[in-house]
Write a new protein. Structure first.
Length: 139
């Protein structure tokens, strides 16, 4: 009887080991950070815009404008600024910072070729890093 209990305990332990590995927490990643396989260099078909945002001391956007860009129409620039004003926040001001700060950020919207290159690089990265779980890196 004792041998049976030992075998059951060992089987339970061995069965739970892969489960424990699968439920290990995913690595933390800073919001907006790129994935390790992503190419950050511009490619043919990408759209970009320099967004200039005035923010208050809390980091909340007050005004937004678009600088140098290759966006095809003014509506895209308008919607890009609205997205920044609605969803984006800058870090709070440090002591000595002015009440209104101007922040310049580059926004890139990748094109088809860039998306395909990233997709191929993702597959290769996971092939080279078999211990990484794809569920930790949503597409």
């Amino acid at each position: 009887m004792r041998d049976v209990q030992f075998l059951i305990a060992m089987a339970t332990l061995m069965a739970s080991a892969p489960l424990a590995a699968e439920t290990a927490p995913c690595p933390t990643r800073e919001a907006g950070a790129s994935y390790p396989w992503q190419n950050l260099e511009p490619m043919r078909g990408d759209r970009y815009a320099w967004v200039i945002i005035d923010v208050d001391r809390t980091g909340r956007p007050l005004r937004c404008g678009v600088g140098e860009n290759n966006l095809p129409d003014p509506d895209m620039r308008f919607f890009l600024c609205n997205a920044y004003k609605g969803d984006w926040r800058a870090p709070p001001a440090a002591t000595g910072d002015p009440d209104v700060r101007t922040i310049k950020r580059r926004t890139t919207m990748i094109g088809y070729e860039h998306a395909q290159a990233d997709k191929k690089a993702r597959k290769e990265w996971f092939r080279q890093h078999p211990a990484e779980r794809q569920a930790c890196y949503p597409e």
